[in-house]
Design a protein around this ligand. Structure first.
Ligand code: DQA
Length: 151
């Protein structure tokens, strides 16, 4: 069974209690369950991770690149949190590891503060999903499966 890595960056461990008006009341554990349900539906194994540390996220992107090259992984669904707007290192990691990434945001970042309008990840992402709330996660997994099937 092929794998999809669902990667979550800084502060996403606080989902459920963090700004519920923006991010909703479901927890990261709820999101993980939604991803596992979608994985089961599509016969994909879900590797679900969260870190508040940029270097850790970079290491996991590199690991995903190796797994994609080996043919055991389809790609990564990545909510990089605020690092989306600041991290050239994550941009370089995605490019360097040659890994298909679906950039995901729970909120519609383009309808929020101007500092959230720029993404360092979008130029190296296969696709971007924003504004669907946590429902974006299963949508992104399904999208990755579609892209892989079309290859
Ligand atoms: C976010 C949007 C980012 O701007 C923010 O810093 C986050 C979450 C989202 O899922 O909507 O931490 O990526």
């Amino acid at each position: 069974m092929k794998k999809v890595l669902v990667l979550n960056g800084p502060n996403l461990n606080l989902l459920g209690t963090r700004e519920p008006a923006v991010y909703g009341s479901q927890t990261l554990a709820d999101v993980e369950q939604m991803c596992r349900d979608e994985g089961a539906r599509l016969s994909l194994a879900i590797d679900f991770r969260q870190s508040n540390h940029e270097g850790q996220l970079i290491d996991w992107i590199h690991e995903a690149g190796r797994e994609c090259a080996a043919g055991t992984m389809l790609g990564v669904v990545f909510n990089a949190g605020a690092l989306t707007h600041t991290s050239i290192a994550l941009h370089d990691a995605i490019k360097g590891a040659n890994v298909p990434v679906i950039e995901l945001h729970i909120s519609n970042v383009h309808a929020r503060e101007p500092f959230r309008h720029h993404s360092w990840l979008s130029p190296v992402a296969k696709a971007v999903i924003a504004g669907f709330g946590v429902h974006g996660y299963p949508l992104a997994i399904a999208g990755l499966a579609k892209i892989a099937a079309a290859k």
